[in-house]
Design a binder for this molecule. Structure first.
Ligand code: CP3
Length: 341
């Protein structure tokens, strides 16, 4: 399968950067809203036929170079026995782990609960030749939700308190989430994903040295397992800031840079063999087309100098983004001349 996204991940020279958008398979698309009139998010995600259909919507509607599995990072806590409720304001765990004396005793791992995800992958692979990105959350981000129970406080104060108050219990929880995540990733690979993205959306919650000591080794266990199976890996440590210096080829093939850090700064910090992905501000898609084009054009000298780059946003596409602007961004990246001076 000749595809610019896979070629880029394999380290081959490409005439243009590949392009896809984080959170592309969701509320930016009118076709997704139409399905949501009929089905809840939980129904869409857990019904393989529907989840496969949603996975492929952005390929048709936006023209992206890769599909990402329509699922959520919070499937892993459900495989660990946690009840989840999807509300209008986002996910909620009615029994957050931080409310228990001994949280581990309240977990009941059964990886078989994720069988619907693998059936979704089977369907996507059978229906389409577009590269498919599998994913899961990294342990810190997943544990933030498991401990806190919701994301209404973006700083996850209960989760953070727990990490400092109960370091030993934290280590055990990190181990438990890591085990399930590795099993989940390996199953996704067995069912045919082409690439894997590890979402550490809350890397910026902790001082870099605490993150490096407590969570990065677990990240490496997951990324090692995925890459040993021959699948290229993109790591998205949002908010890691100067901690990007820790990102070496032992950890990932590409690092997804958040919108706060410039590509040039990221390039100077990240090991030169690791490619970059990102990092347009999701709000750029509210700008005029000429300004979107200008922002993309301004990356041309960077791409000529550092050709290991995947065009993407610096976080997920926002729910109220005008879909025609998202489509414009994708079209512009695909049709621009990236090689001429
Ligand atoms: O990228 C894609 O389009 C594929 C599917 C995908 C979803 N969630 C579907 C979804 C992916 C890759 C995710 C990752 C995810 N989920 C992350 C990491 C990335 C990031 O944005 O930081 C996180 C932290 C979550 C947890 C989560 N899921 C939250 C906090 C919410 C509510 C807020 C929001 O962004 O919508 C969700 C819900 C969710 N996950 C929706 C979708 C399409 C919206 C559901 C709906 O109401 O239709």
């Amino acid at each position: 399968m000749e595809n610019v996204f896979l070629n880029m991940l394999m380290g081959r020279q490409c005439e243009r950067p590949p392009v896809w958008l984080m959170r592309q398979a969701g509320r930016v698309l009118p076709s997704y809203h139409a399905l949501r009139q009929q089905y809840s998010f939980a129904e869409l995600m857990s019904t393989p036929e529907l989840a496969a259909r949603v996975t492929l919507l952005p390929v048709r509607d936006l023209g992206v170079d890769a599909a990402i599995l329509f699922s959520d990072i919070l499937t892993v806590p459900t495989a660990m026995g946690m009840e989840i409720v999807w509300t209008e304001r986002g996910p909620r765990f009615p029994h957050p782990l931080a409310s228990y004396q001994h949280p581990l005793r309240h977990l009941d791992v059964n990886a078989g609960r994720l069988a619907y995800v693998y059936e979704t992958i089977d369907r996507v692979v059978a229906e389409s030749h577009v590269p498919l990105i599998g994913f899961c959350g990294a342990p810190l981000t997943t544990l933030c939700y498991m401990l806190q129970g919701n994301s209404t406080k973006a700083t996850f104060p209960e989760a953070k308190k727990f990490f400092y108050e109960h370091p030993e219990e934290t280590r055990q929880l990190v181990d438990a989430v890591t085990e399930v995540s590795i099993d989940y990733a390996m199953q996704q690979i067995a069912h045919g994903i082409d690439a894997f993205q590890l979402f550490e959306s809350h890397a910026g919650l902790l001082p870099t040295e605490v993150y490096a000591e407590l969570f990065l080794p677990a990240v490496c266990r997951i990324t090692d397992a995925v890459r040993s199976a021959g699948i290229p890996l993109i790591f998205f440590p949002k908010g890691l800031a100067s901690g990007l210096r820790l990102i070496t080829p032992d950890i990932c093939d590409f690092v997804s840079v958040d919108w706060q850090t410039s590509l040039a700064e990221a390039r100077a910090m990240v090991h030169p063999e690791v490619g970059l992905q990102g990092n347009f501000d999701p709000h750029l898609l509210f700008a005029q087309r000429t300004d979107i084009a200008k922002a993309i054009d301004s990356c041309k000298p960077f791409f000529r100098q550092h050709p290991k780059w995947i065009a993407n946003l610096g976080h997920g596409v926002l729910a109220d983004t005008p879909v025609e602007k998202a489509r414009f961004m994708v079209d512009y990246v695909k049709s621009a001349n990236w090689t001429a001076k």
